[in-house]
Design a protein around this ligand. Structure first.
Ligand code: GBH
Length: 446
């Protein structure tokens, strides 16, 4: 019997880094084990009313205990690259001082387990779990925290620098700025625009200082920032919408990209913030040289476009996922990858997050039919493939996420994983998308 095959397969480059991503607080659990200190997310999630159903990361996907099983699942999936984050309060429980050896040992076991299975580790130094002690000392509003971060980074490089080929500094500084300090629905739950942009500066400074820490360490890993980028399109053909979309792009994208890659903050954003803003007043001589320390790669996280009206508001143009903020628009992946290459390249790129939540249920037959995720990933990967064909130096692609996990203020209700987690039993089940992704990886093609 003949089966119809798609007319043309989309072949990826040899050695393409097929991957999946997670972060420490979202999967590890074991919140009180092996000397781990508390982070701002422990505080925030334990504060009544902050997360859906009062969920916390205390247990999460119990990855801290089940990492060996999870490593085997990654091998079964065929992953070539695994992006995870290191929990600062496991390494320095109070955010400073001597390393907690048991914390380092966990990541050493994890990294060694990846190598044993032929999977390249990609480690993020900071995915939002700031040690609470440092928050009590001012958090990211305090310039000193950027220096504490550089020390923490140096500690991690000294322990793991010989076995981690790619480092990412700070996951999505923008999300800390916007969700943590503007809208307040992430830790530390502030709503203070003037503080928010000073925080942006200190996060960028911390990034640059950590890059310098790696160079000083002398280990030969590569390093770069991880930005969630939003293509910002005018909602209509009016000049006002074009202008508003441009400023929106400044706040969403150029604030981070220009400072890291061009050594300057965008003029339109600085003018909009005004000369008395804490960001402008917080810039010291030499800061932008530090922030723009040469990097080896740029990590892009793409989830959604933004459509901006003439008055600076936003509208929806495409269907949303289970996450109300996410419009499904695969061409945005092509647009953002080609744009960063044009404006900030040439620089090797990795996609470190792309995915969506789906309303998954574990069927009586033991299957999870997340067909929406298959369609989403296929379409976004096809857009990435088109960017590669047009010359974008994309090395790897990581699905968010490997496992269902603690989705921050949304708790455990949103399921973003390729692998279903049955939380009461912690059983893992490959969703349909995981089976599909395994085949894509094996074929190196869509
Ligand atoms: C990533 O953030 C994170 O790195 C990852 O930890 C997370 O699990 C994953 O995506 C899925 O969300 O319009 O006010 O409701 C994505 C960051 C989250 C930033 C949602 C914008 C919407 C804020 N985005 N947020 S709002």
């Amino acid at each position: 019997v003949e089966r119809a095959e798609p007319a043309a397969r989309l072949l990826f480059p040899p050695d393409f880094g097929w991957g999946a991503a997670t972060s420490a607080y979202q999967i590890e659990g074991a919140a009180k084990e092996d000397g781990r200190g508390e982070s701002v997310w422990d505080t925030f999630s334990r504060t009544p009313g902050r997360t859906r159903n009062g969920d916390t990361g205390d247990v999460a996907a119990d990855h801290y205990h089940r990492y060996a099983e999870d490593l085997d699942l990654m091998r079964d999936l065929g992953l070539r690259s695994y992006r995870f984050s290191i929990s600062w309060p496991r390494i320095q429980p109070d955010g400073t001082g001597a390393a907690n050896q048991r914390g380092l040992d966990f990541y050493r076991r994890l990294v060694d387990g990846l190598h044993e299975r032929g999977i390249a580790p990609m480690a993020t130094l900071f995915h939002w779990d700031l040690p609470q002690t440092l928050q009590d000392a001012g958090g990211w509003e305090s310039r000193d925290v950027a220096h504490r971060f550089a020390d923490y980074a140096a500690t991690v490089f000294a322990a793991l620098g010989d076995r981690v080929p790619v480092w990412l500094t700070i996951n999505e500084p923008k999300t800390v700025v916007q969700n943590g300090y503007l809208r307040g629905h992430h830790a530390p739950g502030r709503q203070d625009p003037d503080a928010a942009y000073l925080v942006a500066h200190h996060l960028q400074l911390a990034h640059g200082l950590a890059v310098q820490s790696l160079r000083a360490d002398g280990s030969n890993g590569r390093i770069g920032p991880a930005f969630n980028l939003h293509p910002c399109y005018p909602a209509d053909d009016s000049p006002a919408a074009a202008e508003a979309a441009r400023l929106y792009d400044g706040y969403e994208n150029r604030l981070y990209l220009d400072s890291a890659f061009h050594g300057s903050y965008p003029e339109d954003v600085l003018a909009d913030l005004g000369p008395d803003s804490r960001l402008v007043r917080g810039i010291q001589d030499g800061d932008l040289e530090i922030i723009s320390s040469p990097v080896d790669l740029l990590a892009v996280q793409y989830y959604t476009p933004i459509y901006v009206t003439g008055t600076g508001g936003t509208v929806r143009r495409w269907p949303t996922s289970e996450a109300s903020w996410q419009q499904i628009y695969p061409d945005g992946m092509y647009d953002i990858l080609t744009r960063v290459t044009r404006d900030y390249g040439p620089v090797p790129l990795t996609v470190t997050e792309n995915g969506l939540p789906t309303p998954d249920v574990l069927g009586a037959d033991g299957t999870v039919e997340d067909t929406g995720r298959v369609t989403f990933l296929r379409d976004h990967l096809a857009a990435a493939h088109r960017a590669i064909a047009d010359g974008v130096p994309l090395e790897s692609f990581h699905v968010w996420s490997l496992l269902d996990n603690f989705e921050w203020e949304e708790g455990y209700e949103q399921r973003w994983g390729l692998i279903y987690v049955d939380y009461p039993t912690q059983r893992r089940v490959f969703k349909r998308s995981a089976h599909w992704y395994r085949k894509v990886i094996a074929d190196n093609a869509l």
